[in-house]
Design a protein around this ligand. Structure first.
Ligand code: SF4
Length: 419
């Protein structure tokens, strides 16, 4: 093995992979079998963080950064004048095993530019996973990035060896895709996604009948949306995510704030900042849809299509619906308790349990994990914040912000600091 060349390839291909945020091992469980190597648990791959705050796993690489396409938002696009490299299948296998044995990584996230066509590239990605599983007896986590347009046969094989599969939708709308990636076709992304969804359903059915049914993508599938490269508003973005959760049973939609990499009239200028706060607010909105029973159209509507950057979307919703509050924490139903800012899913369940035995007070709520600095404006538990009814939602927002220290406040300061 030529170590200098391998190191150079690693530098190029790990760096190119950092723009892909859809990398996580949550939900995968693969036990060590037949005295094999490693196992994966729901605890996740070890991640490290790049300087710009992006999360990367130690072995998160592209098979190649050659690409036949020219997507404007991508460093790997064919018109970009950069150093190119490609690993062989065996090189990726060897690197994974070597890093794993040294305890540097808990798995592999493998993506790729498109070599020649979708199937030619996908075949190589599948071969890496197949060799790892069958020849190296590797039971660690494998996440393969599927190539849009790959055939059903290859998707089937990919699902047998990988824990998670993902296809990046990249732009939230078809219009955005046409503008920045005219060679690409939304249908080519959706078809394999649909195939994976059906195979996962089939696997679950067969598993009920036959215990030894081979696993198929046990950690499910996910996708990534790039935020801020095109003009979509937040409502369009969360509606897209919502429909993909429902129609393709995705485990996760990842949001990636666009990192300016190209001087192109279709893109934000090179000086624009990565929209980190917006990205975070979208993750919070996503969380509300997945775990708190919010619908996309409740979080935002056409009159208010962007998320408030000052406060999280749940607090923003509560401020717009102030007439519903305060709710009686002793009597309100679970769904309503979940909508109180500062009360999470676990605390809501604890409240339901605890109030069966006693009248809850401030101390109880604190012990149950409620963030009272926000929740106290929206609940009653004996003490009544009578003067709050005289505050409109804008005043109340300022009041809460004044009494709360958000970790994002330093990054997003609506008012200029004096010194
Ligand atoms: S197809 Fe993928 S790797 Fe190639 S330019 Fe487009 S986004 Fe980049």
């Amino acid at each position: 093995m030529n170590f200098d060349r391998i190191t150079e390839k690693l530098e190029i291909l790990a760096d190119a992979a950092k723009y892909d945020v859809s990398c996580s091992s949550s939900g995968a469980k693969r036990n060590n079998q037949k005295k094999g190597l490693g196992n994966s648990t729901g605890m996740g791959i070890c991640h490290s963080y790049t300087e710009d705050g992006r999360c990367v796993s130690l072995l998160k690489i592209l098979l190649t950064n050659h690409c036949i396409y020219d997507c404007a938002y991508c460093v790997t696009r064919k018109s970009n004048d950069i150093k190119r490299a490609a690993f062989t299948v065996q090189e990726v296998v060897d690197l994974t095993i070597n890093f794993y044995r040294r305890n540097y990584i808990e798995g592999l996230f493998l993506s790729s530019g498109i070599f020649k066509d979708a199937d030619f590239t996908m075949e190589r990605l599948v071969l890496v996973a197949k060799k790892l599983r069958l020849e190296e007896n590797f039971n660690g986590y494998i996440h393969l990035k599927s190539i849009p347009g790959a055939s059903d046969e290859l998707m089937k094989e990919a699902g047998l060896y990988a824990d998670r599969l993902s296809i990046n939708l990249e732009l939230p709308t078809e219009k955005g895709l046409k503008l920045l990636a005219p060679d690409k076709n939304r249908e080519d992304m959706i078809k394999p996604m649909n195939y994976v969804k059906n195979e996962i359903i089939l696997f679950k059915e067969e598993k009920k009948l036959f215990r030894n049914t081979p696993k198929f993508a046990p950690a499910g599938q996910s996708t990534q949306l790039i935020i801020g490269a095109t003009q979509e508003n937040d409502l369009e973005i969360i509606q897209t995510a919502d429909s993909f959760y429902k129609n393709y049973q995705l485990k996760r939609v990842y949001y990636s704030g666009y990192v300016p990499i190209a001087d192109d009239a279709r893109l934000p200028s090179l000086q624009s900042k990565v929209p980190m706060v917006r990205e975070n607010r979208l993750y919070q909105a996503d969380w509300l849809m997945r775990f708190y029973g919010f619908k996309a159209d409740e979080i935002l509507d056409p009159n208010l299509p962007f998320l408030d950057l000052d406060v999280d979307p749940k607090l923003s919703w509560a401020l717009r619906n102030q007439q519903i509050f305060p709710i009686d924490i002793q009597k309100a139903d679970f769904e309503m308790i979940l909508r109180v800012p500062g009360i999470g899913v676990k605390s809501a369940w604890k409240i339901i349990e605890a109030r069966r035995f006693s009248q809850l007070n401030e101390n109880h709520l604190k012990k149950l994990g409620v963030a009272l600095n926000r929740a106290k404006y929206f609940i009653t538990y004996g003490i009544h914040f009578g003067n709050l009814k005289f505050l409109n939602s804008s005043n109340l927002k300022q009041f809460i912000l004044g009494n709360t220290k958000s970790k994002y406040q330093d990054q997003y300061n609506a008012q200029l600091a004096l010194f």
